[in-house]
Design a protein. Structure first.
Lengths: 580, 274
């Protein structure tokens, strides 16, 4: 009997504790399902053969996080059955893609499982997930964060990266990533600094990958290390940041087995005050593709991330030619000025006018190619791999221009009912390099758009967009007859475009839109297609449902300079997102 | 204690990481031809099937073909090359080198662009696609494997009737538990025709190792129903009339044994028809 009473008492105590724990715990998460029905649309090249029986594509995920005090845990389920058009077919499948458990008491934090983190700008380490790209390079392993004093953070990570649905078993050939990072925020360490206008922080990282060399042709380094140092300084309205990274020899399929070192630097100087801001950025990247598998190509198994310093266009026509970062070599700069013309002035009008001016340009780095032993021609011409490749003067800019974007945007509220955004863009886009289309003619385009919103009532509004893109191909009078049959692929989106959109919103729940993009100036008559769409969306609290029907033109989706090609498609798509 | 633990952990990481391998010249390894250690003569040589999925409209394909040829020479023909014209860039009605079997392989392998290779149809990164920079490593790796069987082709060709009879003897060395298939292909070498190249269109391009079709279906014929034991011998025979359009002097038989389920190729052999 005593034993029974004791057991009962223990049970009651434990259930009480359990109930208390349940009350203190939190669960949150999000879900998203994107699905598309593909239909044959021969006018834009979608044939039964190209659909190949895959009339539906569905990408979905569900993410659940649980927290109790210092403890958090979560998982992410993904299903690509099959992946939507334009996503890597290796994504096909479903299952728990990520999971983690973490304990953080403020001084020390330990995470086991899949880790997303970045050191500095990510030059030598960044793991992240980008749904729009189907990209996930998370690190399955362990992370320890230690904060020994105010303002000081030390981090260590190690593990193996996610590669679609490949196993993490030791037999898998991709390498192990190990990294350490330290950051010191002087303003947090020395409170006296907070009474001044001075701000400073500095940091440093070291990342190494280990991959067994199974290559029979090259002496591949099994341990490849990369170092990074960074400094952020601020005084009043001025801020200066700089970061430099260095990587030792890292021959890979991506860099044609070049044993050249890697370097990257990004510096930025900015000034801001109310109504005015200016930022200048410069960047140099040389052979900084860093992957945990030396055989990886494209965006496979990237350990690092090279941040772009270009304006991100959100309207459909300028987004046709988005810049993709070139990790093997870039010299880039950007200047952006934001100014708000004060309200109640002649030029600024009653509500003020925002003006944004942005110029960015990316060139190749300068390379002096090395003629290897026993070779009569430099490596890049002879096609022989496995040399130091080239030398590159640090400050020299290569002759080849990859990209430039000059744009000026005006945003102005005309009165209580009308709001106007207008932008002019001058674009230079080296399609041959950026899209890897040998022989493709460079795009030199002028783009303009107006985006007008009319507020019908406090809840209803209607928005109009008118866009136009002038392509130099039309100016050059490039005729269809002059385009070789086997070269027509690179002309799919060339020539002048016009686009229009009307969107009607009933806040906060509904919106309906119709849009059309028309490639009327394509040099190839068969490509002069309309890409019309109609969408209806419903939003309730954190749930959003969007149904879209129509055509999608071929293009690139880029997030942070990382891009994927979106093939043309036709059909109906449904997207549902919710979070709790 | 926590500090000590952290310092120990950091020290552990540092030791692991400071190992940066700076490689000095020479960057190339001495190559022993693959397959076996120097001085060691294998009883049965391992051969590897390199399928080069190519197209006449594909500007980057000639370089891939050149690489395939280099690998074949580097490994003294232990690399058997089959150029399969398939995919959008292979469609060119005026000079059509596509085949029904090639199209079906392309679909099954889920390839999306030319040039792409398949190396013994081994899976890599969740798929079958090997981009050209991966070919050298993958070929070298397969050649390190031990051969599971020896294939011996014998060919009879009647020049008048163009009747072709092929016998393939497969003698197994290893015990194999699954079902396997034998596929016999006809390959025509050095075929002259149009090709897109980085320098433009070349009308008299020499197409190497062109896959013309199979003698026994897209996926061949299953050769066993029960597990295979060492020393088992299986002989299969096939006959066909060689297409008039093919130059018999340049035609070869390429035969391979593959796992019927995974499609991974175990062994491959090549022999000239004449």
């Amino acid at each position: 009997m005593k034993r029974f009473l004791l057991s009962a008492a223990l049970f009651l105590c434990s259930t009480g504790l359990f109930a208390q724990s349940i009350n203190e715990s939190q669960v949150n998460g999000s879900f998203q399902i994107d699905g598309q029905y593909y239909k044959v649309d021969e006018a834009i090249g979608i044939t039964k053969e190209s659909i190949d029986g895959k009339q539906f594509g569905t990408n979905g995920f569900g993410k659940i996080n649980y927290s109790l005090g210092n403890f958090t845990a979560g998982l992410r389920y993904e299903a690509y059955l099959p992946p939507m058009s334009g996503f890597d077919t290796r994504l096909q499948g479903c299952g728990i893609a990520n999971y983690y458990a973490s304990y953080d008491n403020g001084t020390i934090a330990v995470t086991l499982g899949d880790i997303y983190d970045q050191f500095g700008n990510g030059f030598i380490f960044r793991t992240y997930e980008e749904w729009a790209l189907g990209f996930d390079n998370s690190l399955r392993g362990m992370r320890v964060i230690y904060r020994p004093a105010a303002g000081v953070t030390l981090k260590a990570v190690y593990g193996k990266q996610r590669f679609y649905w490949s196993s993490y078993a030791a037999t898998e050939k991709r390498g192990i990533v190990r990294g350490i990072d330290g950051e010191w925020d002087l303003n947090q360490s020395f409170s006296a600094l907070n009474d001044t206008k001075f701000r400073a922080s500095l940091g440093g990282s070291f990342v190494s990958k280990y991959q067994k060399n199974t290559n029979t042709t090259y002496n591949i380094p099994e341990n490849v290390g990369a170092f990074d140092g960074r400094l952020n300084l601020g005084y009043g309205r001025f801020a200066f940041t700089t970061e430099y990274a260095y990587k030792i020899n890292d021959p890979s399929a991506f860099n044609n087995y070049t044993y050249h070192e890697g370097q990257a630097i990004l510096s930025s100087l900015s000034y801001s005050q109310k109504g005015f801001g200016v930022i200048v950025q410069v960047k140099r990247v040389d052979n900084m593709s860093f992957k945990s598998d030396y055989q990886g190509v494209k965006n496979d198994l990237d350990i690092n991330f090279i941040p772009p310093i270009n304006y991100t266009h959100t309207h459909s026509l300028p987004a046709i030619y988005s810049y993709a970062t070139q990790p093997l070599g870039e010299m880039a700069m950007q200047l952006q000025v934001n100014y708000t013309i004060p309200k109640n002035t002649i030029i600024g009008g009653k509500y003020g006018t925002k003006v944004t001016l942005d110029f960015s340009q990316v060139n190749d780095i300068k390379r002096n190619y090395i003629i290897g032993e026993g070779q009569s021609q430099p490596t890049h011409i002879s096609g022989h791999n496995g040399t130091l490749g080239y030398t590159s003067p640090f400050f020299a800019v290569g002759d080849r221009k990859f990209y430039h974007d000059f744009n000026i945007e005006l945003e102005r509220r005309l009165n209580k009912k009308w709001k106007l955004i207008a932008q002019y863009i001058n674009l230079y886009y080296d399609m041959e390099t950026i899209e890897n289309h040998p022989g493709a003619e460079t795009v030199k385009a002028n783009i303009g758009f107006v985006d007008v919103t009319y507020r019908i009532s406090s809840k209803q509004s209607i928005r109009f967009e008118l866009q136009h893109l002038w392509d130099n191909i039309n100016k050059n009078n490039t005729a269809e007859a002059s385009i070789a049959e086997d070269h027509k692929d690179v002309y799919k989106k060339r020539g002048n475009w016009a686009a229009a959109l009307v969107e009607y919103s009933i806040a906060p729940k509904w919106f309906v839109s119709v849009a059309d993009k028309y490639n009327y100036g394509n040099p190839i008559a068969d490509n002069r297609d309309h890409y019309y769409t109609a969408s209806v969306g419903y939003i309730k609290e954190s749930t959003r449902i969007t149904l879209t029907g129509g055509r999608q033109s071929e293009g690139m989706v880029c997030v942070g300079g990382v891009c994927r090609v979106v093939p043309a498609s036709s059909g109906v798509s449904l997207s549902i997102t919710t979070s709790f | 204690m926590k500090k000590l633990m952290f310092i120990l952990a950091m020290a552990f990481f540092m030791v692991g990481m400071v190992a940066c391998d700076i490689i000095e010249e020479p960057y190339f390894k001495e190559n022993n031809g693959g397959g076996n250690q120097p001085g060691e003569e294998p009883t049965v040589k391992k051969y590897v099937l390199l399928e080069d999925y190519t197209g006449v409209k594909c500007v980057n394909c000639p370089a891939a073909g050149e690489l395939a040829l280099q690998l074949q020479e580097q490994y003294h023909h232990q690399v058997v090359v089959l150029s399969v014209h398939a995919g959008d860039l292979a469609e060119f009605p005026l000079f059509d080198l596509t085949t029904t079997e090639g199209d079906e392989w392309w679909k099954f392998l889920a390839f999306q662009q030319n040039p792409t290779g398949a190396i013994n149809r081994k899976m890599v990164n969740g798929g079958y696609a090997y981009d050209t920079p991966m070919w050298a490593d993958a070929v070298a790796e397969v050649l390190q494997e031990e051969a599971a069987l020896e294939m011996t082709p014998s060919i009879q060709y009647n020049e008048t009737t163009r009747e072709l009879k092929v016998d393939i003897k497969s003698k197994f060395i290893a015990e194999l538990p699954d079902t396997y298939s034998l596929t016999v292909c006809i390959m025509e070498d050095s075929l002259v025709g149009i090709q897109q190249t980085p320098e433009g269109i070349v009308k008299d391009y020499v197409h190497r190792h062109v896959f013309r079709g199979t003698m026994n279906g897209t996926w061949g014929e299953n050769i066993n129903t029960t597990a295979i034991a060492p020393n088992d011998e299986i002989v299969k025979s096939y006959t066909t009339t060689l297409n008039e359009a093919y130059n018999a002097d340049q035609c070869y038989i390429i035969a391979y044994v593959a796992n019927s389920d995974t499609k991974e190729v175990l062994q491959v052999t090549e022999k000239k028809i004449k």
